[in-house]
Design a protein around this ligand. Sequence first.
Ligand SMILES: Cc1cc2nc3c(=O)[nH]c(=O)nc-3n(C[C@H](O)[C@H](O)[C@H](O)COP(=O)(O)OP(=O)(O)OC[C@H]3O[C@@H](n4cnc5c(N)ncnc54)[C@H](O)[C@@H]3O)c2cc1C
Length: 479
Amino acid sequence: MAAGSGSLMWFRKGLRIHDNPALEYASKGSSFMYPVFVIDPHYMEPDPSAFSPGSTRAGINRIRFLLESLVDLDLNLKKLGSRLLVLKGEPSQVLTHCLKEWNVKKLCFEYDTEPYYQALDRSVKDYASSAGIEVFSPVSHTLFNPADIIEKNGGSPPRSYQSFLKLAGEPSWVSSPLSIRVSSLPPVGDVGSCEVSQVPTMEELGYVDNDQDELTPFRGGESEALKRMTESLSNKDWVANFEKPKGDPSAYLKPATTVLSPYLKFGCLSSRYFYQCLKGVYKNVKRHTLPPVSLGGQLLWRDFFYTVAFGTPNFAQMKGNGICKQIPWNDDEQLLAAWRDAKTGYPWIDAIMVQLRKWGWMHHLARHCVACFLTRGDLFVHWEKGRDVFERLLIDSDWAINNGNWLWLSCSSFFYQYNRIYSPISFGKKYDPKGNYIRHFLPILKDMPDEYIYEPWTAPLSIQTKAKCIIGRDYPKPG
Ligand SMILES: Cc1cc2nc3c(=O)[nH]c(=O)nc-3n(C[C@H](O)[C@H](O)[C@H](O)COP(=O)(O)OP(=O)(O)OC[C@H]3O[C@@H](n4cnc5c(N)ncnc54)[C@H](O)[C@@H]3O)c2cc1C
């Protein structure tokens, strides 16, 4: 048991030093501080029965991204005189044990609006309060506090982006400096009998023979996040003229958007810092695009979905969800498997699904295409099934945003023009007539001539033979 006044900083998301009010409060006036991350085996350990390499809940790319983010956090903490303590087990049990063992006066963690954390945090808070430990849990994952917006709207969340914007206005902190640079942190106290380890490697978690040939090119961590944000914002023209619907979903060597989503998901990047830096760029250009299509508008979409998700009971399902149209979707496992395993026979759709599996990230419009195809566009499979596949495989998998967008794309909520369908053939062709994106993610089609690359089943057999890809044998025919 350590002497003096100590604190426990519990990292979950918010895996960063900059703009981290919970960390700031934990370190203030504390003679020692325990920075903790709890590895929940359910989330992290291999599950060979899952449909892709990974744990029960997460694909291998996201697990790796998280470990990289933790390694970076540990390095950054070490530079400030601290380090990350990794614990293992069911989080509330582990936390309660440590709170009992370590003589801390303050427990600090970022507020989380997801149902999983709401339940977990309630039990941890209850224990802390009963033990006389102060709990500090600020909102810092989003630009606004979703509860404030809901209150301003009379107790229910706004149903449209425009009404959200009106209620939200400018964030109160936007022109005051955020706490970005930290010069030192209190030392770590004695860990006593708590089993503390370093950040494990993938191998230590049991991921020994991963047979996935191509993994995501995006590396996790706050350092990478800040570098990526700085690079994106350094191109002022690009930022000023950013219009989301005009981006090219087939651009994969240099994606058309920032690819900051996985960093925002894990909180390696503060959305507030990103927004403030963005405002700095806008101030220095003659004109810039506006919400909903601008880059700032994208961050506001994120907050919009967080707010609606937080204030809508049963948001993640159709049943009992008051804002979700009740639609008789089918539960056809074969159709779902063909979509999930990139075997629909439509190269544009299948290439996107391969990018999802290999990279865990695709452009927003590519996500539109495959979500539309699975649901209202072609297969009429339940959006919850597609949501589950995205939830597992995306490196930026985010409870509020993923569910919100699936509700949108299936025309279950927010958007109802169900006859506006993305063609699985002509949509991709507009951006990439030679099919370079398809050739990269579906190499079986790499020698198919340009004119057949989006519809290979229309190629004469002689052409299929020459391209070493017989449709129906080497690559499926659309059903
Ligand atoms: C079916 C479907 C599922 C999706 N699931 C997720 C998900 O699980 N996690 C996720 O972060 N995004 C999700 N999106 C939204 C969007 O596609 C991604 O946020 C975006 O493609 C990430 O790339 P980026 O960081 O380069 O985006 P940028 O265009 O650079 O935007 C910057 C940031 O704004 C936010 N943002 C952008 N678009 C949206 C949007 N439509 N809704 C809410 N926030 C947005 C993201 O945090 C993003 O990082 C989904 C979209 C669809 C259609």
